[in-house]
Design a binder for this molecule. Structure first.
Ligand code: ATP
Ligand code: MG
Length: 308
C-alpha cells in the first residue's frame, strides 16, 4: 500500500533524508522509529505529497506521489506532529469544516462529525471551542479530523507525544480498531514501547538513513540474542546456581547481591532447559528462571549509538 525506494530530501545543506526505503502491506501497521531530527516528519510529508522528494520514488495506493499527488490525497489521511485543528472552532465545527472541504453535503458532514465525536469520546465537549480542550482531547479531535474522509491509508506523526499513559493507551486502542477495519497505518514515534505495541514492522531511522528494519522481535534478536535470568529461592544457593550458569553459558553471570538475581547473555535458547536440569540435579530450588529478549531501548542504543 505504501512503497518508498531510495527517497532523498535535502533542505539547502541539510540532508533530511539520505536514503529512505519502506514497504507497507495493506492492512498492516508500520512504525518509523527515530530520535529528533532523524527525518521522520520529512518522510511522512513526502508520502503525504506535502513535500517533493529530490530523488527516489514513492508510491501510495498505487499512485506515484510526484506524478499523481491528487490521487494519493484521495487515499490518505494525515494527523501531523502538531495539532492542526482550528482552536477558535468547536469540535463539531472543526469536523464539519473538514467534511465540507472534502465535498460532503452539509447534512452528511454533520452526521459524520457527530459519529466521529462519539467514537472519540468528545460528544460532551462537541460544542466548546477546541481551545478549551486538554492536549489529549485536541489530539483525539485531530485524529478524528483525519478520519472524516475515510482514508485507506493513515499517517500518524508522533500521535502520542505529550500524552499521559492513559491517553496513550486509548489512542493505541483506536489505532487497533482502524487496522481491524482494514486501514493501513504508518506511524512515527520516539517511543520504543509504542512501536513494539502497535507495529507489524519497524523501520529505525537515524540521521536520514534507515539503520535497521524488521519486526520488533527481529530487531531485538539482531542485537545480542537473549538474556538468561536465574534467581534461587534461598540466597544461600546463589553461588551454586552461579557456577551452573557459568558452566552452561560459558560466561560469568552478573550477580545482584540484594535479590540474588543472576543474569547472563546467551545465544542459544536451549540453555534454559539445561540450566533447569542442572539446578534440579544440584538440589537447588529456583524462584525464577527466564529468558528475555533485550528491550527495544537496548536495541536502539546498539543500532544508533543514541538512546531515545
Ligand atoms: N522545512 C525545513 N527547512 C530546513 N530544514 C528542515 C526542514 N524540515 C526539516 N528540516 C531538517 O531536516 C532534518 C529532519 O527533520 P524532521 O523534521 O524530518 O525530523 P523528525 O525525525 O521528524 O524529528 P522530530 O522527532 O524532532 O519531529 C532536521 O535536521 C531538520 O532540521
Ligand atoms: Mg517530526
Amino acid at each position: 500500500m505504501i512503497l518508498a525506494e531510495n527517497v532523498v530530501k535535502n533542505f539547502g545543506k541539510t540532508v533530511a533524508l539520505r536514503s529512505f526505503d519502506l514497504s507497507v502491506p495493506a492492512g498492516s501497521v508500520a512504525a518509523v522509529l527515530g530520535p529528533n531530527g532523524a527525518g521522520k516528519t520529512t518522510a511522512v510529508r513526502i508520502l503525504a505529497t506535502l513535500l517533493r522528494p529530490d530523488g527516489g520514488c514513492a508510491v501510495v495506493g498505487g499512485h506515484d506521489v510526484v506524478r499523481d499527488p491528487a490521487a494519493v490525497r484521495r487515499v490518505i489521511g494525515l494527523t501531523g506532529q502538531y495539532a492542526s485543528v482550528d482552536a477558535d472552532l468547536s469540535g463539531v465545527e472543526n469536523l464539519v469544516l473538514v467534511g465540507r472541504l472534502l465535498g460532503l453535503s452539509r447534512a452528511a458532514a454533520k452526521a459524520r462529525a457527530v459519529e466521529l465525536l462519539k467514537r472519540f469520546g468528545l460528544t460532551d465537549s462537541a460544542n466548546r471551542p477546541s481551545t478549551t480542550y486538554s492536549g489529549g482531547m485536541r489530539r483525539r479531535l485531530d485524529l478524528a479530523a483525519s478520519l472524516v474522509g475515510r482514508p485507506r491509508v493513515l499517517y500518524l506523526d508522533e500521535p502520542t507525544t505529550g500524552l499521559d499513559p492513559h491517553a496513550r493507551r486509548e489512542l493505541w486502542a483506536e489505532v487497533r480498531h482502524l487496522v481491524a477495519d482494514g486501514v493501513t497505518v504508518l506511524l512515527t514515534t520516539q517511543y520504543l514501547e509504542e512501536a513494539d505495541q502497535l507495529a507489524d514492522r519497524i523501520t529505525v531511522l537515524d540521521g536520514g538513513s534507515v539503520v535497521a528494519e524488521g519486526t520488533a522481535d527481529e530487531l531485538k534478536r539482531r542485537t545480542g540474542g537473549h538474556t538468561l535470568q536465574v534467581r534461587t529461592t534461598s540466597l544461600a544457593d546463589t553461588d551454586t546456581a552461579a557456577q551452573i550458569v557459568r558452566r552452561i553459558t560459558r560466561s560469568t553471570p552478573l550477580q545482584d547481591s540484594d535479590t540474588g538475581l543472576l543474569t547472563a547473555p546467551v545465544s542459544d535458547p536451549a540453555v534454559l532447559t539445561a540450566v533447569i536440569r542442572e539446578l534440579d540435579r544440584a538440589g537447588v530450588t529456583a524462584a525464577e528462571v527466564a529468558l528475555r529478549l533485550p528491550s527495544l531501548d537496548e536495541v536502539f542504543l546498539t543500532l544508533t549509538g543514541t538512546s531515545v
